[in-house]
Design a protein around this ligand. Structure first.
Ligand code: ADP
Length: 164
C-alpha cells in the first residue's frame, strides 16, 4: 500500500490543485493532502477554512484525507507512513524551486521520493494568488475555483475592502 502526500498552502484551493489531487488519487492507494499551517506569506484563510474548502471540493474521492501540518515535510511523511510526495508542475518557472526542494527532502530522508505531475493545459496558469488578484479586480473567478470557494473569496474581498 503506497501513501502519497500532496503538500501545499491551498490558500484557497483552485481547480489546478483539485486536478493534481484527483490524478494522485488514481496513482496511489492513499493520498494525504497536507495543508501547511504556518505560511511565510500572510494567508487569506485560516488553516481550518482551507481544510474545509478542500473537504467540500473533493468529498467524492474516497482515498483522500485532508490534514494540517507544520514543520519538516519529510518528518510528517515518516509519521504518516508516506513514501511519496506529490507536487504539481505548472511551468518552467516552478521547476527550479521544486528541484531544490526535492533534492533537499531526499537528502533529509532518502526513503521519501518526490513525484511531479504536470498540470493539464487549462490549469497551467492557475494559482491561488492569481485567482485572488482577479477577484479583487472584479473579474469572474468561476472558471478557476469550486463554487463554494468562489463565494468565500468574494466575501473575503468585501470584508477586506470594508477594512480599508
Ligand atoms: P505551495 O505554496 O507549497 O506551492 P500551493 O498551494 O501553491 O502550495 O500548491 C500546492 C501544490 O499544488 C504544489 O505542488 C503546486 O505546484 C500545485 N499546484 C498549484 N496550482 C497548480 C495548478 N494550476 N496546476 C497544477 N499544480 C498546481
Amino acid at each position: 500500500m503506497i501513501t502519497a502526500i500532496c503538500p501545499g498552502s491551498f490558500d484557497p484551493v483552485t481547480l489546478g490543485h483539485i486536478d493534481i489531487i484527483k490524478r494522485a488519487s488514481k496513482l496511489f492507494d492513499r493520498v494525504i493532502v497536507a495543508v501547511l499551517v504556518n505560511l511565510d506569506k500572510k494567508p487569506w484563510f485560516t488553516v481550518d477554512e482551507r481544510i474545509d474548502f478542500l473537504r467540500k471540493s473533493i468529498k467524492d474521492i474516497k482515498n483522500v484525507e485532508i490534514a494540517g501540518f507544520d514543520g519538516l515535510l519529510v518528518e510528517y511523511a515518516k509519521q504518516r507512513n508516506a513514501a511519496v510526495i506529490v507536487r504539481g508542475l505548472r511551468a518552467v518557472s516552478d521547476f527550479e524551486y521544486e528541484f531544490q526542494m526535492s533534492l533537499t527532502n531526499n537528502k533529509l530522508n532518502p526513503n521519501v521520493e518526490t513525484v511531479f505531475l504536470t498540470t493539464s493545459s487549462e490549469n497551467m496558469y492557475l494559482s491561488s494568488s492569481i485567482v485572488k488578484q482577479v477577484g479583487m479586480l472584479g473579474g469572474d473567478i468561476s472558471p478557476f475555483v469550486p463554487e463554494c470557494v468562489r463565494e468565500e473569496i468574494l466575501l473575503r474581498i468585501k470584508q477586506r475592502s470594508n477594512l480599508k
